[in-house]
Design a protein around this ligand. Structure first.
Ligand code: GLV
Ligand code: MN
Ligand code: MN
Length: 398
């Protein structure tokens, strides 16, 4: 709790109490510095890869280690995020290292604590950009050309932070990792129903982000009769309602959480609406079908008004089934329930490359990506205990 407390004020909006820690922001840079200091205090060798991922190595020279056990999560947040999504996994990993070091535990394989860069994709649009780049699942040229809301490219931002855009791309350290276990606050209430403080992940729903670009014709709000308008907001509004209807019928999820209306005058019909759809479903075919149906609804509505819409996929993540052997081993070790999630994680990105598992810590309200996200001190401590047991099991003397 003292580790979480140490960063409690970083990037916190005093009005809402939520966190604004987007990738490469001042708040994110302060958190990186904090993480580097924590690594140093524990005698962990810190490496930052070309993508901004920080890795703190224990028990081996980072240049020589192999088959490492990777822990950690991310410190960035969505706009107005909670205190736990990301940071709980990082601080729990540091606390597990503390507990093991106090006990004189000597890892039989390197143990590495990660702070992954830009997990939320809140600034540049692509989720888990740091782990995707490290894994070779996102092309460096594409990533470097991504732009934030102010029109700054990732390349410019990385350079302004004193990093080399040429270094962005697949990371060598990942070839020396054998297993990844990410602890995360639960983003739902399964563990409340199970009556358990800690659970083990089974799967992640396929999910993605699509940008809907509606274009119409700007005109005067008073002088333009209703039948003469080409107002792109109308098609957008119809699309939102269709998305709710279609997702509800499919047992899936559809959210338009970000919107930009141009030029944004109260007394002017807009010329353009950009709206970002986040959609998720139990299966990849269901998700593709849902997005196709929402797109068709948007096209039909735009056509009716003499406007247009283009849809571009910005970030798509396939279904993930975590390694069954590791999942069962951890569930048995911890006597913990197994549960799926609709939220995305770096563990999902790395799961095709190496055995990967996740531990979830109970969240009494189930709320996440909002300031009221919560986990009790007791449950956070249970999470650290569980992670410590996992490290003993996976990195203990054989
Ligand atoms: C990340 O938290 C996501 O699921 O969007
Ligand atoms: Mn998140
Ligand atoms: Mn997260």
């Amino acid at each position: 709790m003292s580790l979480l407390e140490a960063i409690a004020d970083v990037g916190r909006d005093p009005g809402t109490g939520g966190y604004r820690r987007s990738a490469w922001s001042d708040a994110d840079m302060a958190l990186r510095e904090w993480f580097a200091g924590e690594a140093q205090q524990r005698g962990l060798a810190l490496v930052e890869d070309g993508n901004g991922n920080q890795l703190a190595w224990w028990g081996a020279d980072p240049a020589e280690g192999h088959d490492a056990l990777l822990l950690g999560s991310h410190l960035d947040s969505v706009p107005d995020g909670g205190a736990y999504d990301g940071p709980l996994g990082v601080v729990s990993s540091l606390a597990a290292v503390d507990a093991l070091q106090r006990d004189g535990f000597r890892p039989a394989r390197p143990v590495v604590v990660a702070n992954f860069a830009d997990e939320e994709g809140a600034r540049f649009g692509v989720a888990c950009a740091g782990s995707r780049l490290a894994a070779g699942a996102l092309a460096p040229e594409r990533a470097l050309a991504l732009r934030d809301r102010d029109g700054r490219s990732l390349a410019e931002v990385v350079r302004a932070r004193g990093r080399d855009p040429e270094a962005v791309g697949p990371a060598e350290w990942l070839t020396r990792v054998g297993t990844f276990v990410e602890l995360h606050v639960e983003q739902g209430r399964s563990l409340v129903h199970d009556g358990a403080a800690v659970g083990v992940a089974s799967a992640i729903w396929p999910h993605g982000r699509w940008r809907f670009d509606f274009r119409g014709e700007a005109n005067h709000a008073g002088a333009t009769p209703m039948p003469d308008r080409h107002d792109p907001v109308q098609a957008f509004a119809a699309t939102v309602l269709a998305a709710r209807r279609l997702a509800t019928a499919a047992g899936a999820r559809a959210t338009f959480g970000r919107l930009a209306v141009e030029p944004g005058g109260t007394n002017a019909i807009p010329s353009r609406v950009q709206a970002w759809l986040d959609s998720r479903a139990a299966g990849e075919a269901d998700l593709a079908e849902l997005v196709a149906a929402v797109t068709a609804a948007a096209r039909a509505a735009a056509e009716e008004d003499g406007t247009s819409v283009e849809v571009v996929a910005e970030s798509v993540s396939p279904a993930v089934s975590f390694d069954a052997g590791l999942r069962d081993r951890l569930a048995t070790l911890l006597d913990a329930p197994v549960l799926p999630t609709g939220a995305g994680h770096d563990a999902g990105v790395l799961s095709p490359l190496l055995p990967t598992a996740m531990l979830f810590v109970r969240n009494p309200t189930g709320v996440s990506h909002a300031p009221s996200e919560f986990a009790s001190d007791e449950d956070c401590a249970a999470g650290v205990e569980a992670l410590t047991a996992v490290v003993r099991d996976l990195a203990g003397a054989s």
